[in-house]
Write a new protein. Sequence first.
Length: 97
Amino acid sequence: MRKLILLAVFWQLLNTSAYCETGNRTASGVWPRAYHTCAADHLPFGTKVILPDKTVWTVEDRFGGNYKDRLDLYLGDYETAIRFGRQNLLCQIVTPD
């Protein structure tokens, strides 16, 4: 039997920031991984977010503020997160099946 896979792919301008080690698991229960884990309140866990530089991130965490236009990237260390700052990025969103 074949399984039908439905994906939603769209673009969204996101106010993007970065965060670093908190010593806690993410809202989805996994440990965050640098250059992989991101936080978004409006996207389901497992959603892939592709930035303009073609890096692929996975939504595994939440902000907790019910934002509809924000993305927070887990970069691992404080200095890297500060250097990233805040940027408005047009991101490709691929929701899980």
